[in-house]
Design a protein around this ligand. Structure first.
Ligand SMILES: [Zn+2]
Length: 367
């Protein structure tokens, strides 16, 4: 069996479900002790409140020409999905597609880059499917920099992603005044305040729903009310209400612009807002020299030009989006997070081929 496939098989047999410290430890140790290329420098970071982060590199220091970013935790699955099965060139297993195969590719690319004139690193997190606390702590506490980041957790072999939306989760709360609901003029209804506030905010977005008109392109700003809570009464004007709202922003709305809207609108309707979660967007230009070179190499390898698409979700690599060129490209497969998750083994070999050629082109000064 090819060493690359063999490594993938070893990785997918460990049920490294996000949050399971024992199995996460096992997979981290497997990488450190057995899968790391010979001579690679290995560093493990253990930040408070986060699962381990591994950095493997062919050079000391924190500055890289190319850094790959991936994760080895997976979402839960039934036990049989941790017993890999190969059929018609497909490998069925939890994590086969998302994303142990591409981590194995990145480790093989590091092996290829050993002793070559390029600063190459492989960053592996183990809590991407839940908190992403590992990468968040890392970028805060460890000054890792890279000119180019390979995000092999996005796109597919046929499709390169150039953009990923910026997720922002906000809590909006309203305070009113209780009264008997038979005498509404004596009270201030927090639910009404909140719904009015949400309706006003929603004027800046288009509302989508299954069965109605879909957006022409998924690259649109969206706002979704994901929760709405108020005291359960049937004859009282409620004095409290709160909602959670999830925004997914393109480059058309910046965080300060969103905050400006939130400030104005919540003030207008006597509400308050608090940002609970805020990550980053990735807004690359697929024609920038680094990505254009990658597309050319990939097209030669795959035999057809890559499609370009965008993502509504995001990955850990987004934490580098303010200072690195991020190449979001991966392997082919289906059913990530589903019962029939699989990866096409051909595409795994091809991704490695592309990464190797890109390393060569970089060393040759073509990038
Ligand atoms: Zn993933």
């Amino acid at each position: 069996m090819k060493p690359l496939v063999d490594n993938i098989l070893r990785l997918v047999q460990i049920p490294s479900i996000s949050g399971d410290c024992t199995q996460i430890r096992r997979i981290v140790d497997l990488v450190k002790n057995e899968l790391a290329p010979q001579g690679a420098l290995i560093r493990e970071f253990n930040f408070e409140g986060a699962d381990p982060v591994l950095l493997l590199a062919n050079c000391p220091g924190e500055q890289f020409d190319i850094l790959t970013v991936g994760h080895l935790d997976v979402v839960p699955a039934t036990q049989n999905l941790f017993v890999p099965r190969t059929e018609n060139g497909r490998l069925y297993a939890r994590g086969a597609l998302d994303m142990k195969s591409s981590v194995a590719v990145n480790l093989a690319a590091l092996a290829y880059a050993m002793d070559k004139n390029i600063r190459f690193g492989v960053l592996i997190t183990t809590d991407e499917e839940t908190s992403s606390n590992g990468i968040k702590a890392l970028v805060k506490k460890q000054p890792i920099e890279a000119r180019i980041v390979f995000d092999t957790d996005a796109g597919s072999l046929d499709t390169l992603c150039d953009k990923a939306k910026h997720p922002v989760t906000v809590k909006i709360s309203a305070v009113g005044e209780n009264a008997h609901s038979s005498r509404p003029w004596d009270g201030i209804n927090a639910v009404t305040r909140l719904t009015d506030c949400l309706a006003e905010l929603e004027k800046n977005f288009t509302r989508f729903e299954k069965g109605q008109t879909r957006p022409e392109s998924i690259w649109v700003d969206t706002m979704v009310v994901t929760a709405f809570n108020s005291p359960t009464t049937y004859n009282m004007v409620p004095a409290q209400a709160e909602a959670l709202v999830n925004f997914r922003l393109t480059e058309k709305i910046s965080l300060p612009q969103l905050e400006q809207k939130l400030r104005e609108t919540t003030r207008q309707f006597g509400c308050k807002y608090e940002i609970l979660l805020c990550s980053r967007g990735v807004y690359m230009n697929a024609d920038c020299p680094e990505i254009a070179a990658y597309r050319e190499i990939a097209a030669q390898t795959v035999g057809r030009p890559l499609k370009i698409s965008q993502m509504c979700g995001g990955t850990d690599a987004r934490m580098f989006s303010d200072r690195s060129v991020i190449v979001m490209h991966s392997v082919n497969g289906e059913n990530a997070h589903g019962d029939r998750e699989y990866v096409e083994l051909d595409s795994v070999e091809q991704l490695l081929e592309i990464e190797k050629k890109y390393i060569d082109a970089f060393i040759a000064g073509k990038i």
